[in-house]
Structure formats: C-alpha cells, structure tokens
Ligand binder design. Structure first.
Ligand SMILES: NC(=O)c1ccc[n+]([C@@H]2O[C@H](COP(=O)([O-])OP(=O)(O)OC[C@H]3O[C@@H](n4cnc5c(N)ncnc54)[C@H](O)[C@@H]3O)[C@@H](O)[C@H]2O)c1
Length: 326
C-alpha cells in the first residue's frame, strides 16, 4: 500500500501523515507551500514529517505535467487529496486561486487516479457545500445546489466530478465534508486561532454576525481517526440507479453539536484567564450563520463517535499555541 497525500504541509495533511507514518505506511507527500498563511508554520510541520521519514516533493497541483510526473514515478495505490485553497473570506478577492487549486488541481489529481487505476481516492470536501440550505442538521441527502460562496462551489464541483469518475470508470471515491476542523498546529486564518492570538496579545477580536453564529467544531484527532479507518473501506453503491454499483460515497465529518460563537470565546477567555476585547461586526459576505452536522451516516459506517468537544479541544490548542509561539 502506497499512499499519496496532497496538501501534506497543511493542518490536516500534517496530522494525517504523522498518524500514517507512525503506523508504518509508505507515505509520499506533495504541497506547494504557498503563502496563504504563515509559511514558517508549514515549514515546521514539514520538518517534523521529514524527520519521521516522509518522502516529499514541492509541486503545485495546478501544473499538470508536474502531477503526471509524480504519479508516473510513485504509482500510488491510494490517494488522499487535501490540497486546496481553503477559506471562505479569501475567495471574495482571490477567485482564481480557488479555480486553479480546487478545480484545475483536483482534475489533474483525479485524472491520474483514473489513469493509474488506484484503489481508493479520498478527497476533502467541506460543510460549505450546504451553503444556503436551511434544513438542519445538515445531512448528506440534502440538496446542495446553493453554495454561499466560490469556495463552497468549488467543493461541490469536486463532489460532482468525483461522482462522474466513479460512474464512468468505477473509480472508488470518498468525499469528506469537514466541519470546522481545529486543534494544535491549526490554521492561522481560522477564527479560533485569530481569537486566541488576539486575546493573548490583548488586541481586539472581530466578532462577526454580532456574535450570533454557530459552528460545529471537529477536533483534528477525530478527523484523522475517520480517514485512517476509511482508507480500506471502499465505497460500494450510490446514485439513483440501484441496479448498478457506482462506488462513490460522501460523509459529513463533524461533531453534531453547533457551538455558539460567544461560548467558544468564553472558553478561550477562561483558559487564558484573559478578557477578550470584542469588536462586534455584521456578517461577512458569503458567510453562513450556522453549521450543524448530522453524522449518522459515518457512525453507521465505522462507529464514529467524536471523542473531543471544544471544552477539552480548545485548551489543547491553546497549550500548543503558547508553546509554539512562546
Ligand atoms: N480545516 C477545516 O476546518 C476544513 C473544513 C472544511 C474543509 N477543509 C478542507 O480540508 C483540506 C485540508 O484543509 P486544511 O485545514 O489542512 O488546510 P491547509 O490550508 O492547512 O492545507 C492545505 C495545503 O494544501 C496546500 N496547497 C494549496 N493549494 C495547492 C496547490 N495548488 N498545489 C499544491 N499544494 C497546495 C497548501 O500549501 C496547504 O499546505 C482542504 O481541502 C480544505 O478545503 C478543511
């Protein structure tokens, strides 16, 4: 078994690779180490992975020739595709980053998965595909044709392309709709990270939606557990045509517990023993008020029950933050 992980220097890619390397899997990682957020943080993650024997190549997945070369040389049996331009707010001013990485890049990866007939293609989707959907909790069988922003639209496109490859070529594809993943080594562009930094530095924090927002938070170890389990569980059947097997599956990966923004700020305040200076602002363009994951499907598949809630997980993040940034 040879696993190719894209976006390996990213937050989820880093944790997943460490987990698989510890289990002695043969892991090859790629990443373009872009500067969407602090490159030093990506380099530090990568250094740890290399010390743990990760083989790595810096490439941009939007470059087809480079992606083709990696597949030709490495011939992976499994691909876990995490590389993407993430973030909702950044997509407003930088649409082409999303098209290049999430659409063109995704196509370059999945096309090689088909060409080399790989055993299983697992890829990161997002809770953002639910967009303007009003029904909660969000379930995989809800209609997701109203993304609130371009990021969500690119993730939904990925799901559709993956389904078409499963249909046309019987490529086993599993899409994971992650709900606000957080934890040590997390992403500096995300609210929990910015709040922690600003509260510790006693700078004001920007509280959007006047604080009236909810997020279903998922601790990184729970996410890694799910991916680790799913690698060897191939999708069986999907789609309307029950007479024919289309090996495409999609799962929500969340906590099934939306947390109020003020509550998670309070946990950071209690943990740091510092008071937040709050600057209340209206909701940002493209944002949504609430995310809430129905996780029955993944529970039935692999007995997944999230282990860590934010009152345990946020303090673990804050401990890491303090030791990393001294
Ligand atoms: N963290 C979350 O809360 C969350 C929620 C929903 C979905 N996701 C998805 O999960 C995946 C991983 O997210 P993350 O939080 O680890 O993000 P991340 O930004 O930390 O990791 C993504 C990595 O991909 C790399 N990358 C981006 N574009 C690339 C390109 N064109 N070529 C090569 N490498 C490229 C980046 O350098 C980065 O290291 C992404 O697809 C993201 O959209 C994450």
């Amino acid at each position: 078994m040879k696993i190719l992980i894209t976006g390996v220097a990213g937050f989820i890619g880093f944790h997943l690779s460490r987990y698989l390397l510890k289990k002695k899997f043969d892991v090859f990682g790629i990443d373009n180490l872009n500067d969407y957020y602090d490159i030093d943080l990506k380099s530090c993650r990568l250094k740890i992975l290399k010390d743990e024997k990760l083989r790595f190549k810096k490439i941009d997945i939007s470059n087809k020739a480079h992606v083709d070369k990696i597949f030709l040389k490495e011939n992976p049996s499994h691909v876990i595709h995490l590389a993407a331009q993430a973030g909702v707010r950044f997509s407003i001013d930088n649409p082409f980053n999303y098209i290049n990485s999430n659409i063109v890049g995704f196509q370059n990866i999945i096309e090689n998965c088909r060409k080399y007939n790989i055993n299983h293609f697992i890829y990161a989707s997002s809770s953002s595909v639910y967009g303007l959907n009003k029904k909660i909790p969000f379930s995989e069988n809800h209609i997701t044709d109203s993304p609130a922003n371009l990021y969500g639209a690119t993730k939904k496109s990925n799901e559709l392309v993956a389904f078409s490859y499963s249909n046309l070529y019987s490529l086993p594809t599993t899409g994971l709709r992650f709900f606000t993943v957080y934890g040590p080594w997390g992403r500096p562009d995300m609210a929990y990270f910015k709040f922690t930094k600003n509260i510790i530095e006693q700078n004001p924090i920007e509280v959007y939606g006047y604080g009236n927002m909810y997020r279903d938070f998922t601790y990184i170890d729970d996410v890694v557990y799910v991916i680790g389990k799913l690698i060897n569980i191939l999708p069986k059947n999907n789609g309307d045509n029950k007479n024919r097997s289309i090996p495409a599956e999609i799962y929500n990966i969340g906590n099934n517990k939306p947390e109020h923004l003020e509550n998670f700020i309070k946990i950071i305040e209690d943990t740091t023993k510092l008071k937040a200076i709050k600057n209340y602002l209206p909701m940002q363009m493209g944002d949504i008020i609430k995310t809430f994951a129905n996780i029955n499907k993944i529970y039935k598949k692999i007995d997944y029950i999230p282990k860590i809630n934010i009152s345990t997980g946020l303090p673990m993040f804050i401990d890491w933050y303090k030791s990393f940034y001294k």
